[in-house]
Design a protein around this ligand. Structure first.
Ligand code: DQA
Length: 144
């Protein structure tokens, strides 16, 4: 299985950024965990992070015909981006939404997720482990 793991704005600042909410581990540590998890499961993975909405849209479009599934933490774009929602719908790949924090117990403006409308599952509040769960879920369901 070929998997795309997409991370949105400010996730490159993990370890520095609000550690009480997002933890002290860094973005490179997250990438390593994702790569190690995929290697164990025999999943081929590409991990990509961008602070720019259009870059994330481009990456989702490029997954069409090239990837089998997507794990996405759209970060702040979760709550604003119809463009990312539409891109996920356009490629129609199985997708899982991940959030490090428990967004449902946070600000009102974080209660809306556009992206969720194109995802078959949402995992939140588990920190880095949420990515592991998302990868395992997709591998169990779609790995041939
Ligand atoms: C986040 C939650 C979002 O509300 C926030 O804007 C982020 C990170 C999370 O992983 O918990 O940047 O997606």
């Amino acid at each position: 299985m070929k998997l795309l793991v997409l991370n949105g704005p400010n996730l490159n600042m993990l370890g520095i950024r609000e550690p009480d909410i997002y933890g002290k581990e860094t973005y490179p540590q997250l990438v390593k965990l994702v790569e190690d998890t995929c290697a164990e499961l025999g999943v081929e993975v590409e991990v990509y992070q961008s602070n720019h909405e259009g870059d994330l849209v481009d990456k989702i479009q490029a997954a069409y015909g090239a990837k089998d599934a997507i794990v996405i933490n759209p970060a702040a774009y979760t709550h604003t981006s119809v463009a990312i929602l539409d891109a996920l719908k356009a490629v129609a790949l199985p997708a899982v939404e991940v959030h490090l924090s428990d967004v449902k117990s946070r600000d009102d403006f974080r209660q809306v997720s556009y992206v969720r409308l194109a995802c078959e599952k949402t995992i939140m509040g588990l920190g880095f482990q949420g990515y592991v769960e998302a990868i395992r879920y997709l591998a169990d369901k779609y790995q041939k």
